[in-house]
Structures are given as structure tokens and as C-alpha cells.
Design a binder for this molecule. Sequence first.
Ligand code: GLY
Length: 368
Amino acid sequence: MTTTLPVTGDRFKPYDVVVGRGLLAELGTRVAPLVRGRTVIITDETVALLHGPAALASLQAGGVRARLLTVPPGENSKSFAELERVIDRLLDFGLDRRDLVIALGGGVVGDLAGLAAALYMRGIDVVQVPTTLLAQVDSSVGGKTAIDTPRGKNLVGAFHQPRLVVADIDLLATLPERQIRSGWAEVLKHGLICDAAFFDWLAGEGAVGSLGDPAALTRAVVRSVEIKSAIVGEDEKEAGRRALLNLGHTFGHAIEAELGFDEDALTHGEAVALGCALAFRYSAAINLCATADADRVSAVLAAAGLPTRLDQAGALSAVGLLARMAGDKKAEGGRLTLILARAIGDALVDKAVDRDAVLDFLRSEGAA
Ligand code: GLY
């Protein structure tokens, strides 16, 4: 069964997120109505081998002219150098403003191709075809695009909403289990933000989805996209409510940064899981939420094979983590902004977090 979820907002053209099985074979017919000229599929070398031929064949069958542009896999491709190379290749191909870019891949490809599309000739259309669970439930929806600089991740980017998102659950079958579990962290995050019943389902019968059951994965992706698109529709540019989607990210990002963004040590999803556990324990420590809720969050994350304690990430310094958190681009005017929770399914944005209290908390969590 295929589910079509509209993403609408006052400030951008509405688009659909299509979730289901076997959708790569339908890419051509789904993209054809959006194409006035040609398309370029931007993907990485790994995904190109797995899904490039099927994507090209589908586009050809749909009467869409397409060619493939590959980038090296991995976060290093989110760089000025790779962005320039991609834009040069689009110029070599003679792409013009009627043409369309298809981002086929995980978060790295989606962010890089999305930004290239946002900049190319002041903006051409992009269709996102996410191939990881993390990209299907988070990065492909909502129009955030970015590259990294040596000073930090995602520091250069643009909001550029896609024309269409095609999330084929079957593409997740080739993902390593660790990648599925990492994406599952973002799924759990959506329940923690605003849907306790969804979190209950994820904690119970839905948990099989983390092991790759397509029906459970479909339900998890659909509900995640519903939650995310409702928030993005209200607040595209993160002036307010969209910040809720950063639950677990300020702690998580600081930990990733302290570990030098070493995905072998800690994936982004694992960092988000650990960050969610910390955000709930901090909320309990300041009596905002019940300790029982914080304990349950950790238990559910741990049952999904995700880290919940700082010592699982490595030896970390409380001062180092706090400095990273204060330098986060969500920090406003030097104050610390954290996404905290009153309960499971009831997150809030706190823009005036006490740094000393966070420092004490990080020490109580075992940071040196
Ligand atoms: N990943 C958080 C957001 O898209 O706002």
C-alpha cells in the first residue's frame, strides 16, 4: 500500500511525500509530470551501484531523460569542494532552470544535492529519493539543505523544499542493521516530541520494525513524516516550533563534535538517542518531567540497541560538551537553548537554560 502525505505551508509550494514499497520502479511515472526538461540523479558511489540502474531504467520508462552524477560516500562530501564539483558538472551537462535534480541517497546526498539545486542558477527543482531510514523520516522532508565547514556541521545551507519526496521502504532492505537502528532513533524522537501513543507502539509491537519488518517500517515512516511535515508546515524557517525536531540534537551534536564526528564510534542516530535520553534525564533533574518517564525513554532506546549513557560514547569532558552546546547554531545570544520535555509526547523549547545546571548535570552523568 502506498501512502501520499501532503506537506503544506504558507510560504512554500505544497508537495507530496509518497511512502510505500516498490516505489523506485514508479519513479519515472511520478517524476514525469514535474519535468519540463532533463534530470540529473545525484547519488553516491555506493547507492549508485545498488539502485542507480533501477532509477535510470524507471526514469527512461517514464519518458524522462536522465543521467547519473556520483559523489564519494560519506560526510566529507558535504564540502565546498564537492559542492563546486557538482555545480560544475551540472554546468557541463548544460542544465537550465527548467531541469530537475533527483537526490538519490541518504542524508549526505540529500543535503548536498538539495543545496546544489538551491544555488544552481538561483534555484532549480529537486526531488528527494531517500535511501536510508534516517533520510526517509527526517532529512528528506522539510527543505533543510547544507554542507559542513571545518568549523562545524551544516553551517552553510539553504531552505529549499523539494517538489516531491519518494520514500521506498524496499530500499531499506540493503541497509546495515546499525543504520536501521540509527534511523529508528529519529523515529522514536518523533513520538517523544508529540505522540505518546506512537511512542507506545514503537516501544511495543512496532519494535520489530527496528529489525527490518517492512510493514512496521512503513507505519513508522508514515507517522514520522506526518509529525515532521505538520511542524514544518507551521514553521518552515525554525522561528519557533520547528526547533522541537531538534530534541536530543543539542546534547547529541555536542557529543558527536567531541568525538570528531567519527561515525564508526557513534552514528548521528546513536548520538540523537543518547541526546534524547539526556534531555529527558535533565528534564527530570529539574523536576519538569517524572523520573519514571525518563527511565522509560532510556529503557526503550536501550531495547532498540541504542546508547543512553555518556560512558557508552567514550570519555567526555563536561566543560567541552557545554562549550559545544553553547556554540550550537540554535544557541541564541549566548544563552543555551534545549528541547526538554514535560512528559513522553510533550516536548518544549527552553531558550533560557541555566548553564551551571547543565554542567552539574553532565558531571552527574559521568562526564569529567
Ligand atoms: N532535522 C530537524 C529539522 O529538519 O528541522
